[in-house]
Design a protein around this ligand. Sequence first.
Ligand code: NAP
Ligand code: G4F
Length: 343
Amino acid sequence: MTKRALITGITGQDGSYLAELLLSKGYEVHGLIRRASTFNTARIDHLYVDPHDPAAKLFLHYGDLSDGSRLVTLMSEIRPDEVYNLAAQSHVRVSFDEPEHTADTTGTGTVRLLEAVRLSGIATRFYQASSSELFGATPPPQSETTQFYPRSPYAAAKLYSYWITKNYREAYGLYAVNGILFNHESPRRGETFVTRKITRAVAAIKAGQQEHVYLGNIDSIRDWGYAAEYVEGMWRMLQVDEPDDYALATGVGLTVRDFLETAFEHVGLNWEDHVRFDERYLRPTEVDALIGDPSKAAEKLGWKATVDGHELAKLMVDADVSALENSGRPWIDTVKLASWGHE
Ligand code: NAP
Ligand code: G4F
């Protein structure tokens, strides 16, 4: 029997890698996408096959986590074996600007989807994209048993989603799991997260199209892994007999400064010549250090990260250098776009 999966957030970084993985495993994949005035499917366009083609295995549906009745309808129409809830307003800095919207999407959106699963009566397995941001101010190493201390509207919304997922597991016997994922990046990472902001800037500076990049706090520590490996961990969480919660991480922390050093050195540049401080990229409350302990996932799921933060920085720089070389788009436009907000 062909398994069927529904992915919310399929147009995002993780959604695109997960869709690839599930299609490669023979799944029929359904994705929730938001209606936008421009195309927002660039990360999955390479997977798309005309739905009229009998070989089509990927189907997209308009919807939004703010629209509960639509989620109920889609659940009964698609009848998925597995639901991956990856959709969210996922930017921590932006959540300070849009706390209410973040709560509605990143928090309440989860219970809307869980209710749709529960009301459908289908024996669906549910994955919730929880985050290492939940640990916030609690010092590393952090694991599934570490106390939560959220430090942003984003983290507070994810905390609600974490607990409501656990509650639906306990109250209704739903197969529902939390993947507590530490930062994971890739060439598909959103342009305003710090790793991608840096690797895009490295490419532009190397090409002589830009002189400086403006950043906030470069002393914070993150446990950066490779997104393509993390989606394998998400899938594995839904394949075990009993639902449980798991942290995925490399176990190694780097500062933003370390990432800068590796990324600039990779193309023969010194980061100190090109990085400028701008206080608008600071957060009202910062998360100083996230370093995960992934031993439970290793033991129970056989999952292990193999790409470390330095390797990741280099592969992202290589991808941005070649993207810049191959694109006819004037770089300056996208740099301006990324500088409008406070991300
Ligand atoms: P991302 O690239 O920002 O993708 C977010 C996705 O959510 C996009 O497809 C976006 O659609 C969709 N979305 C946003 N608001 C929505 C709404 N109201 N209704 C329906 N869809 C909506 O995020 P990511 O890096 O892939 O992360 C995936 C999930 O894991 C997120 O929940 C994130 O918070 C969580 N997480 C990420 C990390 C990480 O390091 N990447 C770590 C821990 C947890 P558009 O394309 O239309 O904007
Ligand atoms: O890349 P970031 O914006 O990622 P952050 O805040 O760690 O959140 C990401 O990882 C979470 C998992 O732990 C996810 F849940 C969340 O959805 C998201 O994917 O910032 C990383 C660090 C922060 O300490 C930030 O203050 O980089 C610092 N930073 C310094 N200058 C900057 C900048 N961050 C951004 N985005 N832009 C800057 O100019």
